[in-house]
Design a protein around this ligand. Sequence first.
Ligand SMILES: [Zn+2]
Length: 278
Amino acid sequence: MSSDLAFIGAICALVALAGVGIPLLIAQRNRRIVAETSSALAALHELNGRYAASVMPLPVITRRYRATTTSKSAFDRFRLREFLMDALLDEETRLAFDIDARLERMRRYSAYTNELTDVGSRSIGRSGDRRVNPEKYSRIERRLFHKEMLTAPTPVATVAAVVTYTSPQGRNSYRRDLAWGFVELRAGLDEARRQRAAKSTSEYLRRRERSLLTPKLRTDILRRDGSRCRICGASADTGAALHVDHIVPISRGGRTEPSNLQTLCQSCNLGKSNRFVG
Ligand SMILES: [Zn+2]
């Protein structure tokens, strides 16, 4: 009795297995035939062979920069974004190299997809085999073509900056985070480089303006102003130390030319300092 049941059970299992298994075997056979006979797939493999090495994704760019402050007010004032940009500039060469290498892979990949489109439109649907129904053949061919395309080497970066402050005895902890992906990293490094270039340009211009105030020009201005402070009238005769001063300071775009220069005594000059309001 129990052996009869076991026998029936075994038959049922076999039927079920065949029901699932035979179509599976047929599908496998069809895939193999398409893979062996499709000119589109052959062209794709040739293309993949030429590009595979140069479009392989590169590792994630990972950076983590930490800062701690010694007071809560310094923590509040801490400029995390500037801190991060300075840190990036410190390893600028390396980062620029890593970024460029990844962009180059994307350029190669775009050349690959151009060729891929050509290959696809030229050869998909052009092959067939009498052992496989044409409609089924073309469906399998398309599916395999898509499956075997190389994937894009999309660059990935995880760049983080963290500033923390812990109060004495560790009573309170504060923390701010900044997280950048590849796009922000690339833009951030560009911005940091531009800012540095602008800064050095303006520093250069200031140095140049200062150097234009020659001993000769200084003497000319003192003579023009009668060797007297233009604010209080003190003169060298009464013991005042006279300076030639920029009316609009160089730091605010003032030029070194007679119309922007004046004679001031030391105390008027120090009192003035950078209080110019333009
Ligand atoms: Zn004065």
